[in-house]
Write a protein that binds this ligand. Structure first.
Ligand SMILES: *Cc1c(COP(=O)(O)O)cnc(C)c1O
Ligand code: SF4
Length: 340
């Protein structure tokens, strides 16, 4: 938006409103370039799959800047780099691992748990995480933002048991703030809605997304808002992420984090302890630590349940209770996420 203060705004350290779109477009999508940026060119022949997995590399440059150069085991790199292991079939790892297709209540609406309806707002994300179920979800037909949110809003308005609307995806903050405001306005007319929740990785993947315009929209909402971030490792949280969290809190949001337990990325007591501590420094409480959804192409990230429980048992000893995430698994047809 151009205003009389545009010149002054550009001299401030804070990014101008339009910047996140440009940063989004400039993301790294070529695996060879990613390896070159990290001084790992020599790995190109061995690491990268020769076949197309149908789920491309995508990672914002600011996230790449948080990776260690010359380290092929970097925990951020391993989350985004396509690997040959994705092409291996593993028993029990399928296409609809968590029964989402059965929970579909309207276009882009998953109504699985009491009182809460989840909107698959959009299929896009700033970063493509290799372990994500999103690699198989039929987004083309299933986004709630289609048709000006009409079908989703009709479902929410027609069911008075729904008190909480959860914006999820994909990443709902990949939509423009104007598009989100369309939904906010429609929800404000539904008397039984009492809470809004936003599940997003953008404050971590592309913290510039949390701009002044988004903060103003958040502050204007008539309900308490919870924002559930998604960070898996303390190294993801740099000064830009700290600043984005501060802006979200200034706008009145309660901040939580969900992580996925991932082999060779955060499956150690030290990694999980550091993550909880770092989150709390940003005013974020750990919420869920998810056992991996059993989705085809992700088996190499899986940790068995006994090892996962053993990790959490040690965290309970090391950390205050409020910094220990709940270890859960999403199971089809259950009434809530299952604690392990
Ligand atoms: C995870 C999830 C929710 C939210 O569950 P909480 O336990 O309240 O965080 C809601 N709907 C669906 C479909 C989900 O997968
Ligand atoms: S939905 Fe979340 S975990 Fe999945 S690719 Fe997008 S940002 Fe990553």
């Amino acid at each position: 938006m151009i205003t009389g203060n545009a010149a002054a705004a550009h001299t401030r350290a804070e990014p101008a409103t339009a910047d996140w779109r440009r940063l989004w477009r400039e993301a790294v999508t070529d695996p060879g370039e990613l390896l070159a940026l990290l001084d790992l060119d020599h790995l190109a022949a061995t690491v990268l799959p020769r076949l197309d997995t149908g789920f491309a590399l995508r990672v914002p440059r600011g996230f790449v800047a948080r990776m260690r150069r010359g380290d092929a085991t970097d925990p951020l790199l391993l989350q985004v780099l396509p690997q040959a292991a994705e092409l291996e079939d593993a028993p029990g790892f399928g296409l609809d691992a968590v029964g989402d297709l059965a929970a579909r209540a309207a276009r882009g609406v998953l109504h699985k748990y009491h009182g809460r309806a989840l909107l698959v707002a959009t299929g896009s994300c700033a970063v493509n995480c290799r372990y994500c179920f999103r690699r198989h979800f039929p987004y083309a037909e299933e986004t709630a933002a289609a048709n000006g949110w009409r079908e989703a809003v009709e479902h929410l308005a027609g069911d008075a048991t729904i008190e909480e609307v959860i914006l999820s995806g994909g990443d709902p903050l990949s939509l423009s703030t104007a598009k989100l405001a369309e939904l906010g306005d429609a929800l404000a007319a539904i008397p039984h809605i009492r809470r809004l929740r936003i599940h997003t990785r953008l404050p971590v993947a592309l913290p510039e997304r949390i701009d002044t315009e988004f903060g103003a929209w958040l502050r204007s909402l008539p309900w308490p808002v919870a924002i559930v971030l998604h960070a898996n490792h303390a190294n993801e949280i740099d000064a830009g992420v700290v600043a984005a969290c501060a802006r979200l809190r200034e706008a009145g949001a309660t901040l939580l984090n969900q992580s996925v337990l991932l082999r060779a990325i955060n499956d150690s007591v030290d990694a999980l302890t550091d993550l909880s501590g770092r989150l709390f420094e940003c005013g974020v409480l750990p919420y869920y630590l998810h056992q991996l959804d059993r989705v085809a192409g992700t088996a190499h990230f899986a940790i068995d349940d006994d090892a996962a429980r053993a990790l959490i048992d040690i965290l309970r000893v090391r950390l205050p209770g409020y910094l220990v995430p709940r270890l859960v698994r999403e199971v089809a047809h259950e009434a809530h996420k299952l604690p392990l």
